[in-house]
Write a protein that binds this ligand. Structure first.
Ligand code: TRP
Length: 395
């Protein structure tokens, strides 16, 4: 990938990843949860998976010696507590990449909270909760920059030139935006919901990120970001690669459901949050939907709720769901639930203890954000200075 393309493919490329987009809108408290269905045969998605596998191999080869080559950015909306889906599909992976030496940025996307709702909610507490889970999971603020949109003006300013590079038709056909609009309870499409993929492009491009670990629902935004990078380079920078085109790194964690066998959702009470106690977790899993067949087997088609519990246990135990099923055997739903509860609670015990400790030190959490924001501001100001210079605005 050169980032120095001289032709603009705006019209032709617009349908690619979008057309194959999954029906899952990444929404509200559910955002960042795994949306990946591994059995799906869609060609675009399969191609994105293949590229992700190659990227993973390249990271293994080079990250230790050349960390900036794979600078990575990802993020979360501060709409509520993170749950085990976030942990298994994204948090663990972020820490893994950070520990391989990949230079990492994590945006707490506070301006994205108001794309599809009328109030900011418990913004301060939600932001603090995210930082607690990041730190407890092993995000190391000396190596990873954790920051909020609202504290980095130069990042937000990039949205202006970027908006000049997209058409309204392109924005209107973004499938993720359409899904979010459909789920927003009859609210009219706000200017921010329509344009937030461009704002997200600013998140990714301000730090020249090469890698963006995302769920499948975010692929259209990544395509939009790549188009913006290419068009910027072509139109405003005479083909020079001011912005490299970033790549998606897809999670290989399968789609996880809530404990009732339907999509995880805070409002349905079917989620296990990272901050829940062991007892709350046990109660939630005891109440989980299963079926009346005594012998436990892994059969996602015929027994989705049981398969989901086996998948959760397997991911925590780093074991296949089939082998968890074999172990439970004729023990029935009750034995299965005991295995799942133990797997979740034992795996998260350290995380939860660290989280509780950190929660007693709000000054530390505030300092992590302050320092992250300062670093993000430095990077964003440098990028904006370049953008202004290449656009002839360096007065
Ligand atoms: N839109 C993402 C979500 O809802 C959060 C996010 C904001 C993000 N900015 C980002 C993800 C940049 C990846 C890259 O989960």
């Amino acid at each position: 990938m050169t980032g120095t393309t001289t032709t603009d493919h705006a019209v032709h490329e617009a349908g690619s990843a979008q057309a194959e987009h999954a029906a899952h809108a990444d929404h509200g408290a559910d955002h960042g949860a795994p949306h990946v269905v591994n059995t799906d045969a869609s060609a675009t998605y399969a191609a994105a998976r293949d590229r992700s596998a190659i990227l993973d191999a390249l990271i293994d080869e080079h990250a230790g010696t050349d960390p900036t080559r794979f600078r990575m950015l990802t993020g979360d909306r501060p709409t509520g507590p993170l749950h085990i889906g976030h942990y298994l599909a994204s948090l663990r992976n972020r820490v893994r990449l950070q520990d391989k030496g990949v230079e990492t940025f994590v945006v707490i996307a506070d301006y994205q909270v108001i794309t599809d709702r009328d109030s900011v909610g418990e913004m301060g507490a939600n932001v603090q909760g995210l930082v607690l889970d990041y730190l407890a999971a092993g995000i190391d603020p000396t190596r990873t920059t954790v920051f909020t949109h609202s504290a980095v003006p130069a990042l937000n300013q990039l949205m202006l030139p970027f908006l000049s590079l997209v058409t309204d038709a392109e924005l209107r056909r973004n499938p993720t935006v359409k899904d979010e609009l459909a789920l927003s309870g009859g609210r009219p499409l706000s200017g921010l919901l329509l344009t937030y993929p461009v704002h997200q492009a600013a998140d990714i491009l301000f730090c020249h990120s090469r890698i963006v670990p995302v769920g499948r629902d975010q692929l259209p935004h990544l395509e939009q970001t790549r188009a913006i990078a290419r068009r910027f380079n072509t139109r405003y920078a005479a083909g020079h690669s001011v912005f490299p085109e970033p790549e998606a790194l897809l999670s290989d964690v399968p789609l996880l459901l809530g404990t009732d066998g339907t999509k995880m959702s805070k409002s349905k009470g079917n989620v296990i949050n990272l901050r829940d106690t062991a007892d709350e977790t046990g109660a939630r899993i005891r109440a989980a939907r299963t079926d009346s067949e005594r012998r436990i087997t892994f059969d996602p088609e015929a027994r989705p709720a049981v398969a989901n519990l086996l998948t959760i246990a397997g991911l925590f135990l780093e074991e296949s769901p089939e082998s968890v099923a074999d172990r439970v055997g004729d023990g029935g739903a009750r034995a299965l639930k005991e295995v799942v509860t133990e797997a979740v609670n034992e795996s998260l015990a350290g995380h939860r203890a660290r989280r509780a400790d950190l929660a007693r030190d709000p000054a530390h959490v505030a300092a992590v954000l302050r320092e992250g924001n300062a670093r993000a501001n430095e990077v964003a100001e440098r990028t904006l200075a370049t953008v202004r210079a290449v656009m002839g605005m360096g007065y």
